[in-house]
Design a protein around this ligand. Sequence first.
Ligand SMILES: Nc1ncnc2c1ncn2[C@@H]1O[C@H](COP(=O)(O)OP(=O)(O)OP(=O)(O)O)[C@@H](O)[C@H]1O
Length: 796
Amino acid sequence: MVPNGENAQPVRASGLRPPSRIPATTGLLEMSASDNNARAIPPPANLLKHKGSALPEPAAKRKTLAERAGEPVRTTQTTSRVMKRSNTTNALRKTSGTHTTTSTRPASAAAHRTNSALPRTGSRSALAARPVSVTHEDDDEDSSSSSILPNKRKAWDTKGRLEDMETLYSQLKTQLDSAATEKTGMEEGISIYKARISEMEQIRLQLSTANQTLTSELTETKVKLSSVNAQLDDMKRSHSFEIDDLRRKNRNDVEDAKDGHRKELERLQREARDELDRVKKDAQEEADRANKTRREEVAEKERELRAELEEERSRRLREVQELTSQFSMQKLTADNDVTQKDRELQTLRSELNEVKANLESSNALNTNLKEKLTEASTNTLTLETSMRAMKAKIDFLESDNQAQSQAFQDLNQQMLDAQAVAAEAKEKLRQEETLRRKLHNQVQELKGNIRVFCRVRPTLGDEETKKAELAFPDAETDSKEVVVQGPDQKSAMGTVTKANNNFSFDRVFGPGSQNGEIFDEISQLVQSALDGYNVCIFCYGQTGSGKTYTMSSPDGMIPSAVTQIYETAKSLEDKGWTYSMEGSFVEVYNETVNDLLGKAEDWNNKKHEIRQDPVKLKTTITDVTTVDLDSPTRVNAILDQANRNRRVAATQANSRSSRSHSVFILRLIGENTMTGERSEGTLNLVDLAGSERLAHSQVSGDRLKETQNINKSLSCLGDVISALGSGKDAKHIPYRNSKLTYLLQYSLGGNSKTLMFVMVSPLQAHLSETLTSLKFATKVHNTHIGTAKRQAKVKD
Ligand SMILES: Nc1ncnc2c1ncn2[C@@H]1O[C@H](COP(=O)(O)OP(=O)(O)OP(=O)(O)O)[C@@H](O)[C@H]1O
């Protein structure tokens, strides 16, 4: 419907015409809905994003009119609803008497104005005029508006159908009007934008003018700055010139002053030299004069002295001549006296010779008489003896001949009896020795073939204050127990307690024990070795617990054993036994056998192999040095040699004794010439490497290898002992798992006697290792190993 004159609105500032009015009957409802919708529509997202911008945003993309016209009915309906809403709003406003000036501003322009810098007037009206999205209310509305047309017209109701057509036409018209209005609104928007652009252009021009002004100011300032810099440079230059001048002047002054001083110095030196020369000359002249005077004085004095000397000499000569004449007179008198005395002396001598001759002849006579007397008494004695012999011969010849021969027979019988008794006694003695050996072995067996002794070393130096709590409850009686107070233990209640760990062994030696006392206990085992058993005594314990002290010190087990063996062998000689003793000393280091009596330098080149003889139950090591122990003192030389070699092999961080096992092997071969018996025993004295368990993670390289090997060999030793204890067959004992156990194969187990010393350090710091060692020793102590067999046989 074309807007009529009544609906024409006054021309607003924007120049837009208001939309045509629609009937007021539906206007209220429409207004509410569209108004609400307008408020409910959020600003487009791109507007929110650019809130801060002062420039107008381009219109949101919307469909062109042509596009909208091409859309189906729904689009048309929407457009018509918008138009209706606009009209309704305007109608309402008109009714309420409110005159708005910008009620028909295009929705897009109004929406954009929300964030634009343009003046905000009538935004609400503009929103009200904006097309809105379809709602359910709109749907209702559509249905009510479509009800304008009768749903069904009779075919013959041409008039009615014509009315419908008209109605549709009027609606289309309204729609076209509305599109034209919208177009006008958009044009108006464009003109506003243009105005705004020109405004902005003006601002830009102003800004560029301001910019130019500022640029020119900046240029001016720069120029000023450069002139100031130039001035500053000038000042600097002039200042430096001044300084240079001053320096030059100063240098010149200094040089002048130096020159002056040098000249003055030269002058003074010259003067001093002249003065010196003059003084020297004067002194020389003075000296020459003085010399001359002195020489003259000396010459005068010399002349005087010569005259005096001449005078004295002539006086003395005169005196000598007088004395010579006196002397010749006296000499003459004396010569006369001497001649007279000589004559008297000759007379006396002849008298003396005469007396001497008389004496000699009387002496010779005396000797002659004595000899004759002795000869006579000897003759007398000889005669007496021969007379007595003659008398005895006469008596014997006169006695009974038969009694004589009886006495002879008795004597012979007595001698035979004595020999028989002696033979019987010897046999008894031999039997007793055999019995003693048997009984000794029985006693050893009763004690068990593996025994464990514990030794606690004393504290040394300042260690007294660092002691752990160790007690020996039965020290006065059996000496078999040791109690070790464990580390602090915190209970759940927070109370701290210390547990007592009780250990019991075959014998416990406290810190006061001496090596001699300990040897008394093991001497029986040494005796067993002499009797033909294989014996193994080893010391187990952590580094510094006293293993080497117990084994190798001068009164330790090795020297004492050798001395005992030597003494016993000597005493057994009476019983028909002769012994030979051979010793070798090896170390097992990193699963390699080294000869401690060889040369340490050869250790890397010489390989020693362990060979087992299962028939003779004998172990030998190839290429190892064997020493005949023909005297007990020889053992000291052996120990010294071994120590020297170990010192050579030791490294800075590694004392060899703590990191290797040493084995002193003593082979004892006894033969009894009386009985034909033969025995072969071996005594192994082993000083094990430090048993402290080092964590592999703490070490690397050579030290790691050492640690692994020590740990391995000690655990193999434990395995062998426990396998022996479990009564396994010899074939299943893991001797081969380490060089140490393989070396000791025939000295550990059923065929031998074993003694283990567990060495204990008394220090608190070593408490944990102490407990570990004692627990290991307890396991060994609880092991029962089968009966030992003697390596003895009767010679063929
Ligand atoms: N019973 C003891 N009486 C006096 N001193 C002792 C005794 N036992 C050990 N010592 C001393 O303690 C120190 C350590 O002893 P020793 O060298 O024998 O220990 P170790 O266990 O053999 O150590 P390593 O494993 O390093 O060879 C030495 O100085 C030694 O003289």
